[in-house]
Write a protein that binds this ligand. Structure first.
Ligand code: 5GP
Length: 118
């Protein structure tokens, strides 16, 4: 069940300030408040999906294309293609998901090393 009071829903409604990186009709991309890398941006769907699990089951093909198009545009806005970057999404309790609104993290700005589990 989607919680309309989660922090990203509030951000999407303009109730909390963020540093925007990219926005279109389908996604909003903004800087993470607790960056885990020199560049740490979140790309969130504007539609109310709880996680990648929810999105991957319930979103239409068009929505999937629109979301990943928004991620691509965010990467381009940040000029990350030459040096590289990492895209991750956390799902549920074992995935360490903190905010129950589907989003991906874009991490970049230094060599990110191994894909460790803390
Ligand atoms: P998750 O663990 O759900 O994949 O990641 C949620 C992310 O949202 C965390 O990296 C956290 O720092 C970030 N975050 C939580 N609250 C806020 C907020 O109010 N503003 C911004 N910009 N990021 C937030």
């Amino acid at each position: 069940m989607y919680d309309p009071n989660n922090v990203f829903a509030k951000i999407l409604r303009g109730e909390l300030p963020v540093t925007r990186v990219y926005e279109d009709a389908h996604v909003l991309a903004f800087k993470d408040i607790r960056p885990a890398a020199p560049i740490h941006v979140l790309v969130v769907t504007k539609a109310p999906y709880t996680s990648f699990d929810d999105f991957s089951v319930h979103a239409s093909k068009e929505e999937v294309i629109q979301f990943w198009g928004g991620v691509r545009e965010t990467v381009h806005a940040l000029k990350l293609s030459a040096r590289g970057y990492r895209v991750i999404t956390n799902v549920g309790a074992d995935g360490g998901q903190e905010v129950p609104h589907f989003h991906v993290h874009i991490l970049a700005g230094k060599p990110l090393g191994a894909k460790v589990c803390a």
